[in-house]
Design a protein around this ligand. Structure first.
Ligand SMILES: [Zn+2]
Length: 134
């Protein structure tokens, strides 16, 4: 049976075209290093470091689901594969606390060391954000 075509306004890009456009702009996931090798390496890292280091620093035991690059790699393979700069964290720490810290770092308002989610700045940031959300 033929599937009905999804309606979209004339001239509007399809989902596929939108995705291609986004990939052109930022490089697709594989181009950024998120390939099969990364998939295996992140699982190994999570097995060795299974808890969120940010939550752990606050005395909370939370399984890590994300392997974060402490130093934003911006596609640089040397930074990307520097496993000494990987940290296990929960999605909340990655999506909230780390984004805020990286914004500070981009404005040179904190140091690379502060980007570790168990740094004093990260702990203070996380505690402030938990209060805001509560
Ligand atoms: Zn966490």
């Amino acid at each position: 049976m033929k599937r009905a075509k999804q309606f979209r306004p004339a001239g509007a890009p399809s989902r596929k075209e939108q995705k291609q456009e986004a990939d052109r702009w930022r490089g697709n996931a594989a181009d950024r290093g998120y390939n099969h090798r990364w998939g295996k390496a992140r699982l190994t890292h999570l097995a060795r470091s299974p808890l969120c280091i940010g939550c752990d620093a606050e005395g909370l035991t939370v399984p890590a689901t994300v392997v974060d690059h402490v130093d934003p790699h911006h596609g640089d393979p040397d930074k990307f594969w520097d496993t000494s700069m990987w940290q296990s964290c929960c999605k909340w720490h990655h999506d909230s606390v780390k984004q805020r810290l990286e914004a500070l770092y981009a404005r040179r308002q904190c140091t690379l060391t502060d980007l570790w989610l168990n740094s004093p700045l990260a702990i203070a940031t996380a505690q402030g954000m938990r209060c805001d959300e509560a």
